[in-house]
Design a protein around this ligand. Structure first.
Ligand code: RB5
Length: 145
């Protein structure tokens, strides 16, 4: 799968680890930065990844900040994006099955690397459930109009 990833300073360390992990798993990873842990503003990086997903450059986006919260709020401002802040594997499955999430936002400060790797495994392998969920997701997207 083609995946775009970015972080802010608080998520930088885990972004490096998770980008390498995704490549090890055979994914094609586009790293939108930053290149070091100097202080930056997370909306700038959320936008780069959200744009990649919305433009169809990649299939999924991954964003890491201190909590993942700010990244989710920012990425959802871009039309076409369903970004979710996920801290366990159960929610990783449900955000795909029920919400067809296309961007996942992770916490670099409150969730350990092993858990975030497991979350990514589930996020990238779980299909959208369709059926009763389809109309609900369509209603979400209609809110952009
Ligand atoms: C940066 O201090 C922090 O606010 C950011 O990484 C993120 O947690 C925002 O939601």
């Amino acid at each position: 799968m083609r995946i775009s990833i970015a972080s802010d300073h608080a998520g930088f360390e885990q972004k490096q680890v998770l980008a390498a992990y995704l490549e090890e798993c055979g994914h094609e990873v586009i790293d939108r930065g930053p290149e070091n842990d100097d202080r930056v503003d997370y909306p700038d990086f959320a936008y780069l990844v959200a744009r990649d997903v919305a433009d169809g450059e990649v299939e999924r986006g991954v964003l890491v900040c201190g909590t993942g919260i700010g990244m989710a709020v920012a990425a959802c401002k871009v039309d076409g994006i369903r970004a979710v802040n996920i801290i366990n594997t159960e929610f990783a499955a449900l955000c795909r099955e029920h919400n067809d999430a296309n961007v996942i936002t992770l916490s670099g400060r409150f969730v350990d690397e092993a858990t975030n790797k497991a979350i990514l495994d589930v996020f990238l392998t779980t299909a959208f459930g369709e059926g009763r969920h389809t109309g609900r997701v369509e209603k979400i997207m209609a809110l952009e109009a």
